[in-house]
Ligand binder design. Structure first.
Ligand SMILES: [Zn+2]
Length: 108
């Protein structure tokens, strides 16, 4: 079997494949999960392996890294929002309005 990296995501944003957790056999309907593509050596048909976050958290540092990255992205967005709002006010432009609304929606 080819070893591939896990992809960490959220079922509320992205669903792929059968969405059945390999650890608890339950369907993944919402919340965070990880998945990876699996390929058998002599089989060209790959499949996707899924696991709930709470079923795969222990022993996987990928989750901590994901949380750190998400936090970093939110902090960057906060800084950008301040800068965008300041720019929009100073230059009396609505060119950034859509972006500002988008960021406010995420950060609230
Ligand atoms: Zn599970």
């Amino acid at each position: 079997m080819k070893k591939t990296k896990y992809i960490y995501t959220n079922a509320d944003n992205l669903k792929c494949g059968e969405m059945i957790c390999q650890k608890c056999n339950q369907k993944i309907t919402s919340g965070e999960y990880r998945y990876k593509e699996m390929n058998h050596k002599f089989d060209f048909v790959g499949y996707v392996s899924h696991e709930h976050k709470f079923c795969s958290e222990s022993g996987d540092t990928g989750w901590a890294i994901r949380e750190m990255e998400l936090a970093q992205r939110l902090n960057q967005m906060k800084e950008k929002l301040v800068a965008f709002e300041s720019f929009a006010n100073q230059w009396n432009t609505d060119a950034l309005d859509e972006e500002i609304e988008y960021m406010k929606g995420i950060l609230q």
